[in-house]
Design a protein around this ligand. Structure first.
Ligand code: 9MR
Length: 483
């Protein structure tokens, strides 16, 4: 089957700048008496989950407070709008990737993974697509998927895509979109096949709202995923958007629903979580919101196949909710002044506590053989290729043994980057070095192969080898995958 449980396209996530978290004020007393991690991403990574946000490109550019939270708190990013069809191909075969590239570059700069959203949707798709004949529409869909997915196919940060979005009505019948009306049921399987062809390594998702609990709509989703997979259509993942409201009640059997999809062999994820209320907020609504967020986190932690949770925005001042549902809002974890709300603390605590669920047990990949540079009589700098991990590498352990062979390796230090300088060495002496990677849960990789280093003689300038630069990760949309 095409599902890739051992997928290796993961990014290193360095140890976080914990001090940043202290800069934010907690305006409300936390109602849970649970522990909390310094950041959401640290708490989530310890569980082996991602915690992400929907990114608005203008805010990444113009709003330092927004950007700071985005960098510090999350290890996953979904473009809120920048990867949609109207943004990426506003006119036939005229592509525009400024916003999409910006989100990907931001994620790479901050050791975050990207979920591509979205390829085939009835909304935010230009009129020129909607009016095409069946043949032309299928060709346009194939071309769009090949171009957009293909652009990031070799980029290790872009790991997954929403291939089709919101294809069902509430009763589980197919939504009568222009896709459905023009192409019939087959457009869904075609879209997945085109996406697989464009990036064989990307995780391909079907995504919808009001499918979090068990009901007619999620049953239809379940039946479709089961049927598509039986036909070898490459559906790897199911996304539950998670647009909840305190006035609607919590969906029924969320964990069981996640688990039944997982049992089909797909990954599951919460893709657009927020919990809105009819304003103004009061203590009861706040507590209900806390309960709903906590329930979702606990469900995801309890289901091994749940990869993580993306929250649909950062702060209440920039949420999609107030402009869509008049008189509603307060759906997110930060208020409009970027103060953390009590629900932030609850989400952090739920991630940190693990909800009774397991912790991450997946070890990072083994680092590449170190290379030595700037070798002097008393020091040497080691560099190695980055390890990858399902939720990020938090650091490396450097071990040294005496001589060219024999002798035991012992720890000489740690590094949060892919290089380390070992000083205090003896002139004209040979050492061996090897490194291993650690993740936030404390899992360690195997040791790298060893590199042998001989320090120079004490007198005169060191005949240092030319410094070798090792990229800790690839950059740019066409960067190559790690091995
Ligand atoms: O948050 C998005 C908002 O900025 C856009 O105006 C809107 C346009 O339809 O889409 C919002 O995001 C939606 C997402 O792409 C798909 N699921 C529902 C989300 C909220 O409407």
């Amino acid at each position: 089957m095409p599902l890739k449980p051992g997928r290796t396209r993961r990014l290193a996530i360095p140890v976080l700048a914990l001090a940043c978290a202290a800069a934010f004020v907690t305006p409300f007393l936390i109602t849970q008496s649970a522990s909390a991690a310094a950041t959401l991403r640290l708490a989530a990574a310890t569980r082996g989950k991602f915690i992400g946000f929907a990114a608005a490109t203008n805010l990444l550019t113009n709003d330092a407070s927004y950007r700071s939270i985005a960098q510090t708190e999350f290890n996953q990013v979904t473009a809120e709008n920048a990867m949609k069809w109207d943004a990426t191909e506003p006119n036939d075969n005229q592509y525009s990737f400024a916003g999409a590239d910006q989100v990907v570059a931001f994620a790479q700069a901050n050791s975050q993974v990207v979920h591509g959203h979205t390829l085939v949707w009835h909304s935010q798709t230009p009129g020129w697509v909607q009016g095409l004949s069946a043949t032309a529409m299928r060709t346009a869909m194939q071309d769009h998927i090949a171009t957009v997915v293909g652009r990031y196919a070799s980029n290790p940060a872009v790991q997954s895509w929403d291939v089709v979005n919101e294809i069902f009505n509430e009763d589980g019948t197919r939504r009568a979109s222009f896709w459905q009306n023009t192409l019939g049921d087959s457009y869904v399987a075609d879209a997945f096949r085109y996406a697989r062809a464009a990036d064989p390594d990307a995780r391909l998702c079907i995504n919808d709202y009001n499918v979090e609990g068990i009901g007619a709509k999620s049953n239809a989703m379940y039946n479709l995923v089961q049927s598509l997979r039986a036909q070898n259509v490459p559906v790897d993942c199911v996304g539950f958007q998670g647009h909840l409201g305190t006035q609607y009640g919590f969906p029924s059997q969320v964990q069981q629903n996640m688990q039944r999809f997982a049992d089909l062999g797909v990954q599951v994820r919460v893709t657009e979580l927020d919990v809105r209320s009819v304003l103004p907020m009061d203590a009861t609504k706040t507590q209900t919101q806390i309960t709903y967020y906590t329930n979702v986190v606990n469900a995801c932690i309890a289901v091994t196949a749940c990869a993580g949770i993306t929250i649909w925005g950062i702060d209440d001042g920039h949420s999609w909710v107030p402009s869509t549902f008049s008189g509603q809002g307060a759906a997110l974890l930060w208020d409009a002044s970027y103060n953390r709300k009590s629900v932030y603390d609850a989400v952090n605590a739920a991630l940190d506590a693990g909800g009774g669920g397991g912790t991450d047990t997946q070890a990072p990949s083994t680092p590449g053989t170190p290379t030595a540079s700037n070798v002097t009589a008393s020091a040497a700098t080691l560099s190695w290729t980055a390890s990858t991990d399902n939720v990020g590498v938090s650091g490396y352990d450097i071990y040294r043994a005496p001589g060219a062979s024999g002798g035991a390796f012992a720890s000489v230090g740690t590094s949060t980057t892919t290089s380390f300088t070992n000083s205090g060495l003896t002139a004209s002496t040979t050492y061996r070095y090897q490194v291993r990677a650690r993740d936030a849960a404390g899992n360690t990789s195997a040791f790298s192969p060893a590199v042998t280093v001989t320090t120079t003689t004490g007198g005169g300038a060191a005949p240092a080898a030319a410094p070798r630069r090792t990229r800790s990760r690839t950059s740019g949309p066409a960067a190559s995958k790690p091995a």
